[in-house]
Design a protein around this ligand. Structure first.
Ligand code: IPM
Ligand code: MG
Length: 367
């Protein structure tokens, strides 16, 4: 029986998005051809490019395509050109809409320090060597989406703005269950991060986490305030296995964790939804780095976070763990051969281009 092709939707976006997506597509084509991986690929315009062409960050047709895809591969969005627009009309609204509309509540952000990159971290090598942690960030609620939000004028005529941090019991429960299940597949340690000392949502978060923990007696749990967690990530990041936290803290802490690994250009992520009737989950894969407008269009961006996001897709959406292993091994090989983009190069190393990294990975895969 021939395998039904998986439906993938590719959304390059803007900034460095299209450049890193180009390299991931070459790698994807390789797997499709050499590993009998039948794929049905569609591509659509999103973010800044969509604002320029259609006046909105994401069109309903694109959202519809996203809903019917087995997996979405997302590049990056954002840039100065659109910074004057109201928050909900900016390129960033496209990714937030996708997370929210597809209910992609579990944002999984692994931070792994490759042995060849130990010296590129801003921390001392012994602090980061062997680092392998995952941040599970809640992706569909919290202050990113809470209402009411907006701007108003006070009685004294002063303009003020407000956001609303919101979490319901079921929203906290499901992300905690997801994180416990992940910790069970790893080293069995889970740290819940909140601000239960100052926030109502934090106090509820902690209460629900402790309740869910009773279902997972074999997982060793801890709690940390978000500010302390930021400090501990820099002081001793290897104490962590899995961290579970809310949308905003997860955004901040994942950038911090990314940098421990040597470069923000190395971090993939997956946003996973609830299981559908057929057991499959909606999923979107994207690099943690943003659109990096300062380096866009110069063929110097690091495509590895995007390509590693495809490895996550192979593993989580396409049931191809061995192909994912091979891709990750090829990337490790390229790095240990000293082939790296400028973000990873020391002063006396010559950087490889974005395209050059794609070439090098294909070279290893072909051997
Ligand atoms: C991320 C990004 C996004 C976020 C932006 C682009 C809206 O920073 O994925 O971490 O804040 O979630
Ligand atoms: Mg971020």
């Amino acid at each position: 029986m021939t395998q039904k092709p998986a439906k993938l939707l590719v959304l390059p976006g803007n900034g460095v998005g299209p450049e890193v997506v180009l390299q991931f597509r070459r790698i994807m084509d390789w797997f499709s051809m050499h590993r009998a991986l039948p794929l049905n690929i569609d591509e659509a315009i999103i973010g800044g490019a969509s604002i320029d062409q259609y006046g909105v960050p994401i069109r309903s047709e694109v959202l519809q395509k996203a809903r019917s895809a087995d997996a979405i591969l997302f590049g990056a969005v954002g840039g100065e050109k659109w910074d004057h627009l109201p928050v909900l009309q900016r390129p960033e609204a496209s990714i937030l809409t996708l997370r929210r509309e597809l209910d992609l509540y579990a944002n999984v952000r692994p931070a792994k320090c490759y042995s060849t990159l130990v010296d590129f971290s801003s921390l001392k090598p012994d602090i980061v060597a062997g680092l392998d942690l995952v941040i599970v960030r809640e992706g569909t609620s919290g202050v990113y989406f809470g209402t009411p939000r907006g701007r108003d004028v006070s009685k004294t005529g002063e303009v003020f703005a407000f956001d609303n941090q919101y979490y319901s019991t079921s929203q906290i429960e499901r992300i905690c269950h997801f994180a416990f299940a992940l910790a069970a597949q790893r080293k069995g340690r889970l740290c819940s991060v909140d601000k239960a000392n100052v926030m109502e949502t934090g106090a509820l978060w902690r209460e629900i986490f402790n309740r869910v923990a009773k279902d997972y007696p074999h997982i060793s749990i801890s709690h940390m305030y978000a500010d302390n967690c930021a400090m501990q990530l820099v002081r001793n990041p290897k104490q962590f296995d899995v961290i579970v936290t809310d949308n905003l803290f997860g955004d901040i802490l994942s950038d911090c964790a990314a940098m421990l690994t040597g470069s923000l250009g190395m971090l993939p992520s997956a946003s996973i939804g609830a299981p559908r009737a057929n057991g499959q989950r909606d999923a979107l894969y994207e690099p943690v780095h943003g659109s990096a407008p300062d380096i866009a269009g110069r063929n110097i961006a690091n495509p590895l976070a995007m390509i590693l996001s495809f490895a996550m897709c192979l593993r989580l959406s396409l049931a191809r763990p061995f192909d994912a292993d091979d891709l990750e091994k090829a990337i490790e090989q390229v790095l240990s051969d000293g082939i790296m983009t400028a973000d990873l190069c020391g002063p006396d190393q010559s950087p490889t281009s974005t395209t050059g990294i794609g070439d090098a990975i294909l070279g290893v895969l072909n051997t």
